[in-house]
Design a protein around this ligand. Structure first.
Ligand code: CAA
Length: 385
């Protein structure tokens, strides 16, 4: 693996770092507290190309590669994971799926406004009674001429309240199980689309999450992504890409927690000098650093596998799940250690350390829990299904 970043990769990383430090850092605590969607900063991210990094320029994106995407995402998340979540859903759960499975017309109509940041995209697989076991969904669509009539409730839709366009997975033939699921592109301003309850969350509070209700929503056949029955495979392929984004998010949170801890260990004094002199603190620092560097390599490996798959079509499921699993547990570990090193100050809202702790938890849950990642890795290694 070539770990030398090209000039282009360094440039996008530095641009994301500058933006995060200059524009996001000053508003992160406010949006975390209020739980409002940060429309203004998200718009600026769109103007800079961060909302469609891997999307070709002809469809409104920045036309960069999978490594550029994770480098930028890591920097945004290092400052605020809520902005990172919005960016990640837009790029990998929404744009990637349409670029990979959409027709030319669909790419132009559904990717261009979202990759350029004029509109926001989302992804919707989960339902109130269908989470990890994603194939058990109940929402259904019935074809009537040139339309599908969609009814049902989807839940835990990240960016749901803000999204104009959503890639949604609906059952079209319940008798065929996962092979009866179909993907659709739905629009939030059409009759039959209703926003449901907005979740009040522990972390990533500014990345609005909600239910969506469909009541006789009429989706034109041209807005079906792929063929009937291909939805589950599309959902899983897109999640492979999404999980690399969560690895980048986790790495960003872990680094933020680590850097805060380093600074605190140098400055905070106890028993006659800085607490970094104590072995109890040094071991935490060493363990955080090792896990962060290992997560970075796994993230690079997964991003390179994803990039290679654009030509070969090969799956990168295992690489993505390994990177997501390891990095998300690293984020939680580092955030936990950071609170402990900061002690009372880590528990106070005066510093962002408590936010890192709250934000880290979701990385072990969404886009497949750690238990699901272990299952995916083991099944693939064992050659099981
Ligand atoms: N890529 C392509 N195809 C895949 C695939 C992948 N990564 N994984 C599975 N498939 C295919 C299989 O080859 C199989 O194909 P056939 O039709 O030929 O049989 C089919 O999908 C079914 O596969 P499985 O038998 O393995 O399916 P399963 O029912 O046992 O489930 C699972 C597998 C891995 C547990 C899957 O259900 C899963 O990933 N669950 C977690 C769902 C998840 O991550 N949800 C989060 C949603 S997004 C979110 O969090 C909110 C948000 O907005 C960000």
């Amino acid at each position: 693996m070539d770990l030398q970043l090209s000039e282009e990769h360094q440039m996008i990383r530095d641009a994301a770092r500058d933006f995060a430090q200059n524009e996001i850092a000053k508003v992160a605590a406010h949006y975390d507290e209020s739980g409002e969607f940060p429309y203004e900063t998200v718009k600026k991210m769109g103007n800079l190309g961060f909302m469609g990094i891997e999307v070709p320029e002809e469809y409104g994106g920045a036309g960069l590669d999978a490594l550029a995407y994770v480098l930028a995402l890591e920097e945004i998340n290092k400052v605020d994971a809520a902005h990172g979540t919005i960016m990640s859903v837009n790029n990998s759960l929404y744009c990637y799926g349409i670029l990979r499975f959409g027709t030319e017309e669909q790419k132009q109509r559904y990717v261009t406004p979202v990759a350029s940041g004029q509109k926001t995209g989302a992804y919707s697989l989960t339902e109130p009674m269908s989470g990890s076991d994603a194939a058990t969904m109940k929402s259904h669509a019935v074809r009537e001429g040139d339309y599908y009539v969609i009814n049902g409730t989807k839940s835990w839709v990240t960016s749901g309240p803000a999204a104009h366009l959503i890639l949604v997975f609906i059952m079209t033939d319940p008798e065929r199980g996962h092979r009866g699921i179909t993907a659709f592109l739905v629009e939030n301003d059409k009759p039959g689309f209703h926003l449901g309850r907005k979740e009040d969350k522990l972390g990533i509070r500014a990345s609005a999450t909600s239910e969506i209700h469909f009541e006789d929503y009429r989706c034109p056949v041209e807005a079906r992504l792929g063929e009937e029955g291909e939805g589950f495979k599309i959902a899983m392929t897109v999640l492979d890409a999404g999980r690399i984004g969560i690895a980048a998010q986790s790495l960003g949170i872990a680094e933020a927690a680590y850097e805060a801890s380093l600074q605190y260990a140098r400055e905070r004094e106890a028993f006659g000098g800085p607490i970094g002199r104590f072995q109890g603190i040094q071991w935490k620092i060493a363990d955080m650093k090792c896990r962060i560097e290992a997560s970075r390599l796994l993230m690079y490996q997964a991003a390179l596998a994803k990039e290679a798959s654009k030509k070969s079509g090969a799956r990168f499921t295992t690489e993505a799940s390994i990177a997501k699993l390891y990095a998300s547990e690293t984020a939680m570990f580092c955030a936990h250690q950071a609170v402990q090193i900061h002690a009372g100050m880590g528990y106070s809202k005066e510093l962002p350390v408590e936010r890192y702790f709250r934000d880290a938890k979701i990385t072990e849950i969404y886009e497949g829990t750690s238990e699901i990642q272990r299952m995916v890795i083991a099944r693939n290694e064992l050659g099981l299904r």
